[in-house]
Design a protein around this ligand. Structure first.
Ligand SMILES: C[S@@+](CC[C@H](N)C(=O)[O-])C[C@H]1O[C@@H](n2cnc3c(N)ncnc32)[C@H](O)[C@@H]1O
Length: 275
């Protein structure tokens, strides 16, 4: 079956979420325009110095992370398949007075959309992989986008987190969703998103399709795509309340409630492409 209907539904949903996120407290556009960075200290340390480097941010959404890397001295490109997100990212770049290029394309078509250009750093932020049906095909795209001698980096929600039942709050955590990648997506219909909604507008295109990807699969596929893994860090926190009963432990720190055994909720992988 063609994957296009899944991509089309997800794209329409992300177009609808874009104005809500842009107005939300969580994305804090005013703070960003006043000079705040949206990058986590862990990512800044894990990615390393980007001064003078070319950096591609895939699935960049409204570009706040992309533009935060620009403020750290990178020459940045953001790519996303949502035209609303890309237009918003361009508008924010102009308002912030930052140089950036934003390209509208499906990540699976990124090599063609960027005409074979390769980058010193290819960065993917949290909340990206779950929208992609095929982790192996995605790693092969990533491998082609990194220049020889360049680096690939992702921080993502952990597949263990996505396998937990969101309707089974602690202490009765249960696993009701697949840990491993499946051909069939998980379909949902939700008129809300993960941020507050100051616009008051509901999401019209509610249907979305998601896939989970086991960590071993992602790591092995990156190696098979020609990348050399430097580290895989697993974290017992993630940056937003991915499940409704998670507790806030600090800015961008959400975890399982106290008294629960800690579980991996996010991971970061850095890999390089041999020169
Ligand atoms: C949760 S957001 C990423 C958030 C991001 N970490 C940030 O900096 O805000 C997921 C993004 O992935 C994009 N996306 C989903 N599937 C995609 C695909 N197949 N190709 C390109 N972009 C995609 C969506 O449009 C959305 O902007």
């Amino acid at each position: 079956m063609s994957l296009d209907p899944y991509f089309e539904a997800n794209r329409a949903n992300w177009d609808d979420r874009t104005p809500i996120h842009t107005a939300s407290r969580q994305y804090d556009l005013e703070g960003f325009l006043a000079g705040d960075s949206t990058l986590l200290e862990e990512d800044i340390a894990n990615v390393g110095d980007v001064t003078g480097k070319t950096l591609l941010h895939t699935q960049c959404h409204i570009g706040l992370d992309t533009l935060s890397w620009a403020r750290r001295g990178a020459s940045v490109t953001g790519l996303d398949f949502s035209p609303e997100s890309i237009n918003t990212a361009r508008d924010i770049a102009t308002r912030a007075g930052l140089e950036a290029r934003f390209v509208e394309a499906n990540v699976y078509a990124a090599v063609e959309a960027l005409e074979g250009e390769q980058f010193d750093v290819v960065f993917t932020g949290v909340g990206a992989l779950c929208w992609l049906p095929d982790a192996t095909a995605w790693t092969h795209v990533m491998g082609k986008l990194v220049r020889p001698g360049g680096a690939f980096y992702i921080r993502e929600f952990h597949p263990v987190l996505w396998s937990l039942d969101e309707d089974a709050p602690p202490p009765s955590l249960s696993i009701t969703r697949p840990y491993f990648e499946t051909t069939e997506p998980l379909a949902s219909d939700e008129a809300i998103t993960y941020t507050d909604n100051p616009t008051g507008e509901p999401i019209a295109n509610t249907r979305t399709y998601e896939w989970n990807h086991g960590l071993g699969h992602v790591i092995t596929a990156l190696i098979q795509a020609g990348l050399r893994i430097e580290f895989v860090h697993e974290y017992d926190w993630c940056e937003s309340p991915a499940l409704p009963w998670m507790v806030e432990e600090g800015r961008w720190r959400w975890a399982l409630p106290e008294g629960r055994e800690r579980l991996p909720l996010a991971y970061a992988i850095r890999a390089t492409k041999p020169a």
